[in-house]
Design a protein around this ligand. Structure first.
Ligand SMILES: [Zn+2]
Length: 284
């Protein structure tokens, strides 16, 4: 079902977004005091590039989105984010505006990382074509991204968080026996128990696009995300890797979430910086 939902996201992401009827929900965080202390946020965006969400208009049709562009929003707050892009969107026969949008992401100083070439779910693809095929799909994306940015990706986020220990080790291992080749970012799934500080926080933004209101989360996206952050803070965590998708609705929610997080004392960093700060005890 998740596969179907994400597939729907991929389709929605390249089309003008129709207005969505959202339920009226009171803001549960009104008048809330920020906790003391510092903390770090890595904002990450999957499944792009999508010019409509990034720029606030479609580069191809010039049709404006009803939300502002993500890149301008990030610039306004001086934030560098991390984008997990799909390789196929960066080369022909994908529409050239996708590649143009990715170049803008890179030119504005954001980090572009690996979300595979074809976005095939690892479990399905490994069963169908073997694990070597999965490793090849990751490499294919890396080549495309490196050709575009001049920098080889280091982080790999498996599509739909389909990953297991053995495959993770294969992805991360350097065949030549040197430093690890990649670092897989994910959440705790199957036989993987990810430490909470390093685990992906799934904002489930794509679920807010469900046509069936019963399948949509029972809160506005911004409030659902705040609830997740507050829950993690209660566990003593002051670092969060937030996973959004390049969707107009997510950009709209971030207009509210970013100042809220800043007020709570968080600093926004790229995933690379986040991981090194966490590893050096900077979030304890
Ligand atoms: Zn994805």
């Amino acid at each position: 079902m998740l596969a179907a939902a994400l597939c729907a996201v991929a389709i929605l992401a390249v089309q003008p977004v129709a207005a969505i009827e959202l339920p009226k929900i009171p803001n549960p965080f009104k008048g809330e005091k920020a906790p003391k202390g510092s903390g770090f946020i890595a904002l990450t965006f999957d499944d792009g590039p999508n010019s409509q969400a990034l720029l606030g208009f479609d580069l191809g049709t010039k049709k404006p989105s009803r939300f502002p562009g993500l890149l301008d929003l990030l610039d306004r707050h001086g934030i560098k984010a991390t984008f997990f892009m799909m390789g196929w969107r960066l080369v022909p026969p994908a529409p050239p505006e996708m590649r143009q949008a990715a170049l803008k992401v890179n030119a504005r100083g954001h980090q572009i990382e690996n979300h595979t070439y074809g976005h095939g779910q690892f479990r399905t693809m490994a069963r169908r074509y073997g694990e070597e095929w999965v490793l090849g799909d990751i490499e294919r994306a890396s080549r495309v991204i490196e050709e575009l940015t001049g920098r080889r990706p280091y982080f790999v986020r498996p599509p739909e968080w389909s990953i297991w220990k053995e495959l993770r080790e294969k992805i991360e291992r350097d065949p030549a026996g040197g430093e690890r080749r990649y670092r897989v970012v994910t959440k705790s799934v199957g036989d993987i128990a990810e430490p909470p500080l390093y685990a992906d926080v799934d904002t489930e933004d794509y679920r807010h696009y469900e046509r069936d209101p019963a399948k949509r989360p029972p809160c506005y996206l911004k409030d659902c995300v705040k609830a997740k952050i507050r829950e993690r803070e209660r566990q003593g965590l002051r670092g969060h890797v937030l996973v959004f998708h390049e969707l107009p609705l997510s950009v709209e929610a971030l207009e509210d979430i970013i100042p809220w997080l800043a007020k709570r004392g968080y600093t926004f960093v790229t995933l690379g910086s986040y991981m090194s700060i966490a590893a050096n005890g900077g979030m304890e």
